[in-house]
Design a protein around this ligand. Sequence first.
Ligand code: UD1
Length: 416
Amino acid sequence: MKYEVVGGIPLRGVVKVSGAKNSALKLMAASLLAETPCTIRNVPDITDVRTMVGVLTALGARVETPSAGTLRIDPAGLSGWEPPEHLVREMRASIQVMGPLLARFGRVRVRQPGGCDIGPRPIDLHLKGFRALGADIVEDRGFIMAVAPKLYGAEIHLDFPSVGATENIMMAASLADGTTIIRNAAREPEIVDQQNFLNRLGAMIRGAGTDTIRIVGRKALSGTEYSVLPDRVETGTFMVAIAITGGDAWIENCIPEHVQAVIAKLREAGVKITEEDSRIRVTSGGRPGAVSVRTLPYPGFPTDMHPQISALLSIARGTSVITENIFPNRFRYVEELRRMGADIRLEGRVAVIEGKERLFATDVDAPDLRGGAALVLAGLAADGVTKVGNIWHIERGYENMAGKLASLGARITRLA
Ligand code: UD1
């Protein structure tokens, strides 16, 4: 599968943002904590969601799609405590079922997870949290087994504000005996979404969005209805798409507050941004100015927007510097962008980008999810027709990217 992208057309019009991949996957996992069915709305139609449906189904849950974008998850038949190895290998977010399974069954066994190859992604902080809640953990030949007949509330200080660890611990602690306090917790909006969802199931959680989260464990949780928050990475990706083409367009169904770090950088680069309640207008007057970007945990600049902003800065006036502080292997898109004429020098975790007047179309391959998105954006700005291969990476996390860009006037076709 490839995208064929004709460059040089300024994007105009209106595009709608889908539900957040990084929240939907976690809410799906969290629904295993309930004893009755959950209905989750605004779920994006992406491969990662289908993989998570596979994980839940394999564990014995029943998953139905009553209408587009809605999932009904019935955990009544839940019996498994070992998510299928091949799915865990395919998608790292599968390990988010660890917390719920440990809490419901007192044991869970998983393969060391896979996902995008963007650097070593250990799960030591997840395991540290489970241990603090009373679990015994055994790591054996690529598998991890956690056992805890009962979980007890505990104080947990994370060495790093890991998103996945914060969520996994929140889920397990929701059914623990007593109160859990997570310090140095991740503050991403998806954590707040998970708190809100869990509280709707009957959990008692406060503090998500700050660095200290308090969870009072409950005996049982029951199903609810909930709508996933808008995807801030998709929002940011469209912002850059409009900017890189010198376009003028609106992004709707988004939460401007969640993309402030991206807005600040785009403004610094000379892009005009207008914010309203749930929509953002991006107006670009041509080549951006050079800026420096450092990726950081939220509310810092998101690592998930690093490759896309690099694509934009590769046509900026002047020299930009990007420092990647979260995932060291985020730079796999660099080689492909270079093939399109970008001038990017790598020094460890730092990319130095000498802006060029234009990029040139060629055949490139998506190296991972966000790197793939960056190549599509580069193609929108390049002279000629770019073919982006391996788009299965992109389709893991973006709903109908080609269709949405086409609705803004881009000439982009999905080729089998
Ligand atoms: C989530 C997002 C991903 C995003 C990332 C950072 C999902 C499905 N994925 O990934 O898109 O890029 O947050 O915003 O939500 N770490 C450890 N030990 C651990 C866990 C993490 O050392 O046990 C390290 C990681 O190697 C990395 C850093 O902590 O360097 C951040 O990882 P984390 O916040 O956990 O990211 P994910 O939850 O995997």
